[in-house]
Design a protein around this ligand. Structure first.
Ligand code: ADP
Ligand code: MG
Length: 476
């Protein structure tokens, strides 16, 4: 068969595979692949990078074989071969972006227009924010439960509902999710979601145009009033006054009120006592910083939402190092999405570390937000620790690194692993050689020398090594 015939056969196979997975995954893992040969009823599938190998074996082997057989029943087996020259080879591989153009993005359903009375406005709530997509952990369990209860029965037991907590911990998400949930059940309900800033502007405008009466009447038709970031009411006396009246009127009629603030009611010292004591009549719940497991779960959820396929080790790395709040986690992920869409490069620990450095969240720097990192790595003691650290950092498999592969992508990581084994574990050249598939000790000496020299000349290399050292707990 000619190259072109292989390519045609592969394209047909891809057409069968593509609908079976998410687009992101398909593009990521099938880019640069092809059929290199068919020998003895065995198709040799070419992969452009060593890290593809395990992934294909684990995830796509059976499907790929089935698809191939359904097109060419003479085939009985597939094997994989890594061939890095496939990476930029347009002749032998299919341009997936051309062959599988992205279906026109489904237009988002028109955002729910809240039916409001004349002149009564609500900010649109983000339909992405739902109670289901909110990841529950020990830090926000109560807040989430309260929102679910309110969504089920607005104006019931939990009125007003007051959520408080630091920036980026999910207050707005919960508020809007609750509003969305209420509207889903009762599409005609008048749900006003507003920020304190907006509310204030409206009050100011009403005062200016002398339409205060009208303003009050309008607000009193509201079924659910959601006001975000109520701490900004501080020092706005007239708005506070108006807010108080509106609040009371709605409360008397058992309309649901939901409020968020960056601090607890008793810390809202700049608010008048009588407002604060109104808040305290209802349900108060806080949102705290998520722990490691919750951060990881949130990342998983967001990655799914953005259809970003991302290795679990990489997610773990982000969760370990981005500890400040959820917005920070999401920011890093969004950068990774952007990079992925622009360059089609899969996020690795290294690319994420670069992103974090750019966002000046140097995961290895002093302000890496590690103050509440519960999962600091143990000090590496064994060869496995080192080799796994390097493997994780460069996203190359341990097998490839210690194995015989001569692919460029594993050469430097392998040399670095040798260097670190020598420097920190003080293994002999001979033993290191043995650990790397019985390589000659002179190969190891050469590698160690090479990395030592590189560190002197190449600042980037030095940074990378420092980063790995920190990762595996070797840093001095
Ligand atoms: P806040 O209003 O408290 O400053 P946001 O609600 O704006 O925080 O949250 C920032 C981002 O983090 C949002 O995109 C939100 O979806 C996300 N987020 C926060 N907590 C969670 C969570 N537990 N599960 C899923 N997403 C979350
Ligand atoms: Mg907010």
């Amino acid at each position: 068969m000619s190259t072109q015939q292989f390519l045609d056969l592969w394209l047909e196979t891809l057409k069968l595979l593509e609908p079976k997975m998410q687009r992101g995954q398909f593009i990521t893992w099938f880019k640069g692949t092809t059929i290199l040969a068919i020998e003895d009823k065995t198709a040799v599938i070419g992969l452009p990078l060593p890290m593809f190998l395990n992934w294909h074996l684990e995830h796509y082997h059976n499907e790929t074989l089935d698809a191939l057989i359904s097109i060419d029943p003479t085939i009985e087996k597939i094997v994989y071969r890594v061939d890095v020259s496939l990476k930029d080879d347009n002749e032998r591989t299919v341009n997936l972006l051309d062959a599988f153009p992205e279906a026109k993005r489904r237009k988002l359903p028109k955002k729910h227009e809240v039916k409001l009375a004349e002149g009564l406005t609500s900010k649109l709530m983000n339909p992405r924010y739902s109670l289901e997509s909110f990841v529950v952990g020990p830090n926000n369990r109560l807040a989430h439960a309260a929102c679910c209860a309110v969504a089920k029965q607005p104006g019931g037991k939990y009125n007003p509902l007051f959520l408080y907590g630091g920036v980026g911990l999910g207050k707005t998400h919960l508020l809007q999710a609750t509003g969305n949930a209420i509207l889903k059940q009762a599409p005609n309900a008048t749900v006003v979601y507003t920020t304190t800033e907006d509310f204030t502007n409206q009050v100011v405008e009403a005062i200016r145009s002398q339409k205060m009466e009208q303003f009050r009447r309008r607000y009193r038709q509201v079924d659910v009033l959601i006001i975000d970031d109520v701490q900004f009411l501080a020092n706005k006396d007239r708005t506070q006054e108006e807010f108080f009246h509106t609040f009371n009127a709605l409360y008397e009629e058992q309309k649901q009120i939901i409020i968020s603030s960056d601090r607890s009611p008793e810390e809202l010292s700049a608010l008048r006592d009588r407002i604060v004591s109104r808040f305290e009549r209802g349900m108060i719940a806080d949102v705290q910083q998520p722990d490691y497991e919750t951060r990881l779960a949130i990342l998983g959820e967001k990655a799914k939402e953005y259809e970003l396929f991302i290795d679990s080790k990489v997610l773990q790395f982000i969760a370990e190092h981005a500890t400040k709040n959820v917005r920070e986690l999401e920011g890093i992920l969004m950068q990774a999405v952007a990079q992925y869409e622009l360059e089609h490069c899969m996020p690795t620990v290294k690319s994420i570390a670069d992103i974090m450095r750019k966002l000046s969240k140097d995961p290895y720097g002093d302000d890496g937000g590690s103050e509440n990192m519960q999962t600091g790595p143990e000090r590496a003691r064994t060869f496995e620790d080192v080799i796994e650290g390097v493997s994780r950092y460069y996203s190359v498999s341990v097998q490839d690194m210690v194995g015989a592969s001569r692919v460029r992508d594993v050469l430097v990581p392998r040399q670095i692993a040798m260097f670190m084994s020598k420097k920190y574990l003080r293994m002999s050249y001979v033993r290191i050689g043995q650990a790397f598939s019985h390589r000659d000790h002179t190969t190891v000496m050469h590698a160690v020398d090479k990395i030592e020299k590189k560190i002197q000349e190449d600042a980037q290399m030095l940074r990378e090594i420092r980063a790995i050292e920190k990762e595996v707990g070797l840093a001095v």
